[in-house]
Design a protein around this ligand. Structure first.
Ligand code: NAD
Length: 257
């Protein structure tokens, strides 16, 4: 699959799944725009390293996606957007009656509303180019629930709803919009949950991974960032031109249970 001459914006891509997706798109020939809310030398160096490794254009644009205006400005500053991957996300775990309002608001803003703003800014560019792909990184938690993750699950179900709506609004154009629903992927977001879970359950790391985290993932294996990247590249391919408004689970069987 060659994505040469396409420009991809991947939100939240200085680590984890976003960086993995950016690497896969760059490997397929796309110019990539990396993003997060920080503006450090190492963020820009990450883009330079991708450009050197894959021989593509790569830039880093800082934007705090909890702010809708910054989310739109990210797309405007990129100047072109053939492929939009809405990936930025955060997590917070608490019973719903104790859930801090500021955490709820931040999760809804970053995990859901930013995708609305970037999509709204990107669609006119895709229409101008006559081709576009929107890939939303939702979650198995966009299709199922777990206790104590109310904001995350509400946001991810919202992303799936947004995906379907954007697909219908672009259905007669050469633009598709789909959501990838990963199960557990071992990234910094997940790694950060391990120490507390070890304490909570009085278990060692391997037991937490196998018996708590992957308890609902029948494969008992983490999905990888390369697998999410490969699925994204597939959704950008001609073979996927009639796939729109749907969810693709990469979850080792979680949602088959
Ligand atoms: P991660 O913490 O490694 O990456 C999250 C990215 O979002 C980082 O680049 C971070 O800097 C960025 N980000 C956070 N707040 C931001 C803000 N305000 N503005 C701009 N960028 C911001 O986590 P990850 O596991 O790679 O998660 C990426 C996406 O995949 C998230 O949407 C997450 O919900 C989803 N997901 C992850 C898993 C998993 O098991 N890791 C499973 C399903 C879905």
């Amino acid at each position: 699959m060659s994505l040469t001459s396409k420009t991809a914006i991947i939100t939240g891509s200085n680590s984890g799944i976003g960086l993995g997706v950016a690497r896969s798109l760059a490997a397929a020939g796309a110019d990539v725009v990396l993003n997060s809310f920080t503006d450090r030398d190492e963020d820009h160096a990450l883009a330079a390293a991708l450009a050197a490794e894959f021989g593509v254009g790569a830039r880093y644009i800082a934007a705090d996606l909890s702010d809708g205006a910054q989310a739109r400005a990210l797309v405007t500053k990129a100047g072109r957007c053939d492929i939009l991957v809405n990936n930025a996300g955060i997590q917070f775990v608490s019973p719903v009656d104790e859930f801090p309002t500021e955490k709820w608001d931040a999760i809804i803003a970053i995990n859901l509303s930013s995708a609305f703003h970037t999509t709204a800014a990107a669609l006119p560019m895709m229409r101008e180019a006559g081709w576009g792909r929107v890939v939303n990184i939702a979650s198995a938690h966009g299709l199922t629930a777990s206790p104590y993750k109310s904001a995350y699950i509400a946001a991810k179900h919202g992303v799936v709803g947004l995906t379907k709506t954007v697909a219908l609004e672009t259905a007669e154009e050469a633009i598709t919009c789909n959501a990838i629903c990963p199960g557990y992927v071992l990234t910094p977001l997940v790694e950060a949950q391990i120490p507390n879970t070890m304490k909570e359950y009085g278990m060692d790391r391997e037991s937490v991974i196998r018996n708590v985290m992957l308890a609902r993932q029948p494969s008992r294996q983490f999905a990888t960032v390369e697998q999410i990247g490969g699925t994204t590249v597939f959704l950008c391919s001609d073979a996927a031109a009639q796939i729109t408004g749907t969810t693709l689970s990469v979850d080792g069987g979680w949602t088959a249970l």
